[in-house]
Design a protein around this ligand. Structure first.
Ligand code: FES
Ligand code: FES
Length: 203
């Protein structure tokens, strides 16, 4: 899946929205005033202090107290101590932070923790266990899919998504498409693709 597919809001859309607001002479109002105007049925205004967010991470319900600006990646790594997803670029460019959100791959550095409220998050740690590796994790071991390992958790999640989507018939081209948003500075791409196809055949 391409990297633009994995972002919740594109930077272009964000700037476009900000530009329209500026052009119309809109004046930013305090959050509390906005909340009163919108009433109970309007959009929920969160923050600026810590707020509660309950999400399901790797099959377990987790209630976090996070500032609204906290990204899903930050929430996974700090309060939850799930350090598989890596903060490499922290701006939706490299794929090292890839996790599944309701089964779809996303860059967790571009998703807010509060946006994941009530949704299912699967990280690399949630795919298998050291004693019982996921087929993709085992295939990465068998096919030397990792070198320095910084991109590997994100690559594994992207490959697991491809295997789940295409099943036994996963082709190398489909695996390449699924990992198109994941960069590897060590150049493990041929090994990663072989591992994905092998894992798919394993079922
Ligand atoms: S750390 Fe999220 S895309 Fe690079
Ligand atoms: S294994 Fe080093 S960046 Fe991919």
């Amino acid at each position: 899946m391409s990297k633009s597919d994995r972002r919740g809001v594109t930077r272009r859309a964000l700037f476009k929205g900000a530009g329209l607001a500026a052009a119309s002479g809109a004046v930013l109002k305090p959050l509390e005033a906005l909340a009163k105007e919108e009433g109970a049925s309007g959009p929920r205004v969160q923050g600026p202090g810590a707020v509660k967010a309950t999400l399901e991470v790797n099959g377990a319900k987790q209630t976090l107290e996070v500032e609204p600006r906290t990204t899903l990646l930050q929430a996974l790594r700090l309060p939850l101590d799930l350090t598989g997803a890596k903060p490499v670029c922290d701006r939706g460019q490299c794929g090292a932070c890839t996790v599944l959100l309701d089964g779809e791959p996303v860059y967790s550095c571009t998703v807010l923790a509060v946006e994941a409220e009530g949704r299912k998050v699967t990280t690399c740690e949630g795919l298998g266990t050291p004693e019982n590796l996921h087929a993709v994790q085992q295939a990465f071991v068998d096919h030397d899919g990792a070198q320095c390992g910084f991109c590997t958790p994100g690559m594994v999640v992207a490959c697991a998504y491809a295997v789940a989507k295409h099943g036994k018939d996963l082709t190398e081209a489909q695996a390449r498409e699924a990992t198109a948003g994941n960069l590897c500075r060590c150049g493990t791409y041929p090994h990663v693709l072989k591992a994905a196809v092998a894992a798919a055949k394993e079922g």
